[in-house]
Ligand binder design. Structure first.
Ligand SMILES: C[S@@+](CC[C@H](N)C(=O)[O-])C[C@H]1O[C@@H](n2cnc3c(N)ncnc32)[C@H](O)[C@@H]1O
Length: 208
């Protein structure tokens, strides 16, 4: 087992090489479509897609005029994203790295960005890495006033990935001292097309 696999608990690179990727959607996440249509993902804004895998949102965001940084520890996934961008004659920053290496090695963009779009990344990482992720989001990745576009995976069974992200735990992880939460009526549930239809709760959190 590699050091990264030991820390992350799963050999993501092997999953992409073997096409064993049940989390992948046939198209754009409907929440991403809403955020594109309503101007949350607006042209000119900068966005990080952590743990991007092979999600088509990277190219879609670049096509919509955003400055996209796509990051993943899988070389195969990042090569796929580069090819997709090139095929669409678009550009983006593609980072092949473990972006949650602890301490000083925690990855950071050259400049903090406007948006972070999380699609099945938070639920994919081991819960022991969640504090590092929340720290990076609030202190290294997002500008003040920047927005975390979250899709919180809901599931009752223990274990993972995907690891459940119940709202009470999320409110603790992304506490009101650092984040402004949306009105509960503005948190929308979207069932995943595979993964037994587990719902993801789409919420836009704003960094104070
Ligand atoms: C469940 S997949 C989701 C992929 C993509 N977001 C999607 O929705 O299709 C989780 C992704 O996170 C990546 N990942 C997991 N831990 C990571 C880490 N520490 N640093 C960078 N990427 C990581 C994996 O390689 C994988 O591509």
């Amino acid at each position: 087992m590699s050091q990264t696999e030991d820390r992350t608990g799963i050999d993501w690179e092997a999953r992409f090489r073997n096409d064993d990727t049940p989390w992948e959607r046939p198209g754009l996440h409907p929440a991403a479509e809403v955020w594109l249509q309503t101007g949350v993902l607006a042209p000119g804004r900068s966005v990080i897609v952590p743990g991007c895998g092979r999600c088509p949102e990277v190219t879609a965001f670049a096509r919509a005029g955003l400055s996209v940084t796509a990051a993943d520890l899988s070389d195969t996934a990042i090569a796929w994203q580069k090819t997709a961008l090139r095929a669409a004659k678009l550009t983006g920053h593609c980072i092949a790295a473990d972006i949650l290496r602890p301490g000083d090695q925690l990855w950071r963009p050259d400049e903090p960005v406007d948006l972070v779009y999380d699609q099945t990344f938070l639920c994919a990482i081991h819960p022991r890495l969640r504090e590092d992720y929340a720290f990076a989001l609030a202190n290294l990745w997002l500008k003040p006033g920047g927005q975390f576009l979250a899709l919180f995976m809901q599931k009752d069974e223990p274990g993972g990935p995907p690891f459940g992200c119940p709202l009470d735990a999320m409110r603790e992880l992304f506490s009101e001292t650092a984040w402004i939460w949306p009105d509960p009526d503005d948190i929308q549930a979207w069932p995943h097309p595979s993964l037994n239809g587990k719902p993801e709760l789409a919420a836009v959190l704003t960094r104070r």
